[in-house]
Design a binder for this molecule. Sequence first.
Ligand SMILES: Cc1cc2nc3c(=O)[nH]c(=O)nc-3n(C[C@H](O)[C@H](O)[C@H](O)COP(=O)(O)O)c2cc1C
Length: 361
Amino acid sequence: MVQRSTLTISPAEGESWRKASGGRENSLAVRPLNIGPLVVDPPILQAPMAGFTNYAYRQVVREYGGVGLQATEMVNARGFVWLDEHEAQHPDRLWGIGDEPRPLAVQIWDNDPETMAKVGRRLVEEYRVSVVDINFGCPVKQVTQRAHSGSYLLRHPERMHAIIGRVVEACAPTPVTAKIRLGCTRKTANAREVAQVVEEAGAAALTVHGRTAEDYFKGSADWEKIAEIKDSLVDIPLIGNGDLDSAEKVVFAFQNYRVDGVMIARAALGRPWLFAQAAAALRGEEIPADPSLDEQKACLLRHYALVVERFGVQQGTHLMRKFACCYAQGKRGARLFRSQVARVESPDEFYGVVEETFPKD
Ligand SMILES: Cc1cc2nc3c(=O)[nH]c(=O)nc-3n(C[C@H](O)[C@H](O)[C@H](O)COP(=O)(O)O)c2cc1C
């Protein structure tokens, strides 16, 4: 059965909202989000995405603005400790965070409370991160079946309690947050129970992706279920996540689903200006138009320069293939661009393909 999207607004509704809200007072009264002592303003978060939300991407997003809290890719706690002890190195995914503007959340995953606490403490003391986020949502087999972590732990709320409790203790006063899915399967969805456990263990906020682990990315995020979780929380904010791909949908989520904040992932990969559009909408301002295609192309090239700065020419060029595809997504001529950019090997090839085949209208 095809899951009905609970977060659908028609283009006409979006357009009428856009007109009605232009330049007026914000009737939504969306407030900044408090994550412990941290004020997240606007209450729009950039999601952690393994393989994507690296230093370069975070920098591009920051340049457009509109994001209240950014996150790294998830970092494995055991791997962190092992690297430290054996090679005196730090995880690659933490590259650049020392000098990066704050606020910044680092997400960690694993299932051993002591290891997680040790890593949390390091992140706070050494890296001075603003938030330590714990992943209880990853559905990937390597994480769930092999490492009994991520969304696997949703079946073990008592273990989640132990992990969160120890990390909170180790990181205080820096806030610790948790990111979950609705459950492991639709039948065993237990997010409401889990939410209570998360709060009781001392977390400062809860983010919920409105799918189960079994859903992976299929169907639509269930925002009605996200809204129900609000009743399980006493003091900590609820951050909703899933399928937000326009400023209008962000407004719709705040208006209809009782969330204190929202988190955006995939839609902003090739549209890093989406956060700024959503933030303007929440302020009751007219939503800024998408940048022109020339500006989008310039943004893609800026992103490429940052990726090369971070990963070097060869790895950076390879890595940029997937980002470049995101920038073209949904545009006329995207297929041709994708097929060409997926093969680039050098900066010259990359610039050539972008110049010749990046969508022009
Ligand atoms: C490629 C990819 C990598 C992801 N990596 C992470 C991750 O490291 N940690 C995490 O909590 N969620 C991760 N997610 C899930 C997203 O943070 C988010 O919950 C999900 O994509 C739904 O939001 P969206 O509909 O806005 O994309 C990842 C998703 C994708 C597509």
